[in-house]
Design a protein around this ligand. Structure first.
Ligand SMILES: Cc1cc2nc3c(=O)[nH]c(=O)nc-3n(C[C@H](O)[C@H](O)[C@H](O)COP(=O)(O)O)c2cc1C
Length: 383
């Protein structure tokens, strides 16, 4: 992994400790190009034959930019800086000839960067890495947790697009150890099976209510704050269920809700109801912890992924953040499906949730969040 500003390895344990400290980031630096400059001439993504995995559609509904600046994409990103780079390892049964390709999400084109290697499975494996400087240009030393969360969101966007296109078994790898890629999503060709869940590839259940539609994926946006209005118990349960199913390993989930009974709520053991995790109003504290974003104190609810203790080693930190990003992305789409307003919240300082609830210090930190509401800002302004 590279240092946010320089091309040298980063110590994730030290990077997370510093990102969680109250130290403010320095002034912005230039972000560099909005997409990685792959070598060689770009190629369009050809139309798929009837038996092929349609890579053009897969990428259009997951990672492609819909505007020249690159802000509008099916996948969200901290600060809309989109640091995730994608290499496609293409095997048999795809709409591109086998080989390795770099994907340019701004032009929706691919660059051939290498031949097919022996043993490449049928279908495509999207390998995700980051250009850390893009996120560090604004967030400085707070970049690394966000880079991992963003990578998890991108893996989720690929997973959802594959499901929306009818792939039965996309496989998601979020606990590899190699410096690059940070994460990978394997999508088998139509009718083909993946490599039978190799070690580290998790089967991910669908969203409650079934796979997303393609229209849902293109419509996903982060609602601009403010987002007041408490979600119904049903909607909150669906959001928590989605997050728990997609991201249980290393993480726990709860949601801060406001009056009339302010509390942190979590799913009951059988997943059918909400139970009180702790009583009391947490949202103003969450606003302070989330880089002082005051609007969070008035959000209808805030979904929280927590865990990742201060003594977590680098593989644990990496896994927990990738998984949190993945799960929050799925929870975001579930929230929108329930008519909620929703916005990820990824930058957390001094957010020792366990200590704040009277338990041991440094054991249970906020890793990621999703602010939720029922009324959207434009409705709010007209009332
Ligand atoms: C990992 C992550 C962290 C984020 N953190 C925040 C945040 O702290 N505050 C905020 O207002 N938006 C946050 N966002 C939302 C982004 O600003 C938003 O995704 C981006 O502007 C692109 O807009 P879109 O999601 O509507 O496509 C975050 C998004 C991601 C993926």
């Amino acid at each position: 992994m590279e240092d946010p500003r320089e091309d040298r390895p980063v110590d994730l344990v030290a990077a997370l400790a510093r990102a969680r400290s109250p130290e403010p980031p320095g002034p912005d630096i230039p972000a560099g190009g909005a997409a990685r400059a792959w070598p060689g001439p770009p190629r369009p993504l050809p139309p798929a034959g009837p038996a092929d995995l349609d890579l053009e559609a897969l990428l259009r509904y997951s990672l492609a930019a819909a505007d020249a600046s690159g802000r509008l994409r099916p996948v969200s990103s901290a600060g809309a800086l989109h640091p995730v780079d994608t290499e496609l390892v293409v095997g048999a049964g795809c709409s591109l000839p086998p080989g390795r390709y770099g994907y340019d999400p701004l032009r929706h084109r691919v660059h051939p960067v290498g031949p097919q290697l022996e043993g490449t499975p049928p279908g495509v494996t999207a390998e995700l890495s980051v250009t850390a400087r893009r996120t560090a240009s604004h967030y400085g030393h707070r970049a690394w947790p966000l880079l991992l969360l963003d990578t998890g969101h991108a893996a989720a966007a690929l997973f959802l697009a594959a499901r929306a296109l009818g792939t039965d078994e996309p496989e998601v790898r979020l606990d590899g150890l190699a410096e690059s890629p940070l994460a990978a999503v394997h999508i088998p060709p139509p009718g083909g099976r993946g490599p039978a869940h190799p070690d580290g590839c998790a089967r991910v259940p669908d969203l409650p209510g079934g796979p997303p539609t393609l229209a849902e994926l293109l419509a996903r946006r982060s609602t601009p704050p403010p987002m007041p209005g408490a979600p119904s118990q049903d909607a909150l349960r669906a959001v928590l269920t989605t997050a728990e199913r997609a991201g249980t390993r290393d993480l726990r989930w709860c949601a801060a809700v406001g009056p009339p009974r302010p509390a942190l709520v979590a799913l009951s053991a059988d997943g059918t109801t909400l139970r009180r995790h702790a009583a009391g109003e947490a949202r103003p504290t969450l606003a302070a912890w989330a880089a002082g974003q005051a609007w969070i104190a008035d959000a209808g609810a805030v979904l929280l992924a927590h865990g990742c203790p201060a003594d977590a080693d680098a593989p644990h930190i990496r896994r927990a953040h990738l998984r949190a990003g993945f799960a929050v992305h799925l929870a975001h789409v579930t929230a929108l499906r329930h008519g909620l307003a929703a916005r990820p919240v990824g930058s957390w300082q001094q957010a020792d949730l366990g200590a704040a609830l009277g338990a041991a210090q440094d054991r249970d930190w906020v890793v990621h969040g999703l602010a939720l509401g029922t009324r959207h800002a434009d409705e709010e302004n007209t009332t």
